[in-house]
Design a protein around this ligand. Sequence first.
Ligand SMILES: [Zn+2]
Length: 447
Amino acid sequence: MSDILIRNIDTLITMDDDRRELTGVDLRLSGGVVAEIGQGLESGMAETVDARGCVVTPGLVNTHHHLYQSMTRAVPGAQDALLFGWLQKLYPIWAAMGPEEMFVSAQVGLAELALSGCTLSSDHLYLYPNGARLDDTIAAAREIGLRFHPTRGAMSIGESDGGLPPDSLVEREADILNDCIRVIDAHHDASVGAMVRVGIAPCSPFSVSRDLMRDAALLARDKGVMLHTHLAENEEDIAYSLAKFGCRPGQYAEELGWTGPDVWHAHCVKLDGAEIDLFARTRTGVAHCPCSNCRLGSGIAPVRAMRDAGVPVGLGVDGSASNDAGNLIAEARQSMLLQRVQNGADAMSPREALEIATRGGADVLGRPECGRVAVGKRADIAIWDTRGIESAGSWDPAALLLAGPSRVRDLFVEGRQVVSDGQLSTVDLGQLVEKQNRLAKRLAERT
Ligand SMILES: [Zn+2]
């Protein structure tokens, strides 16, 4: 792969350790990393990209998603339901999906993320109907070209055991653990700069047993992979935890080994002060999903308090059945606005929200070599054209989340171009959308 020289950058928001913002600089990408930052760099043999009139940032990091749900956006009957009712409407539809739907839906979700500036995404796949496998989504990510952290999710308590999902969507716990081992051995790459890292992720404390939660934590530590689940999402979630486990979700997590820098929990809307302290003390990460929390009426996560206490916080778009968009830069704007609703206009600046969306997310996923632009860090770069209508009249184009484009002009992952001039350069987007719509229609006819 040839070197890339990004020239004449108006503003480079580095998100490095000093949070430097550099003007009028060039950036050289070589061998998958940022090789050089400076003014008037020699182009040599490098392919050049002109970034005049552009703001350049680290690629955004998405810490929570269910890519398969891109196939079930805006489903009538689930548009206005609360979380549990929403799940009950959608489970039978998801149960009719298979490997092809998983692959195509993941490509759609990842393509949408790429166009909104995302270079690294995790995914939480917790149901495997009709022969679907985690491998289907890994193949999808490889083609789109994003850095990918798929997590092997699971549900084991079905309707007949008093659980929420239909029995056809739950698995035996021994099978779940065996498949976790299989996908880790097949796909997990622990090296710096890895394109795929696998995690273990039972769906939520109310969809698997206490034993599986504990065994999953033991297995993850044995294999050196990360742990992920949904936690403290809404009031129903807290009430369920108190009634069923006799404690709050944070305590349940701690008892079962689900705290630490190798763990991140999605939502955490209802964490109380003691739980925030616990997460800060143990460096347990949080995937904040503001649009989903708004969409499902779950509440406003205490992100200001978490950040002030030192909890690692990243951003997530969550699944497209509860957003229903998958635009990560728009999600970052939403996170900024929501903290202001709760805590006032000075509660979160556009730069801090962007930091959560880049460096914050990379740290939550255990990737300190991503999420910032500095020599030696991975060449995951987003270029935003601020000469368009969204930025016209802006006195501070680097305040992207106040007035800026919602799609990238160019995107590089590990130094490879994934978006070029606003178009996906790896996969034909028109064909992909057509395929997704055809499969969604077939799913609607069958269910
Ligand atoms: Zn979720």
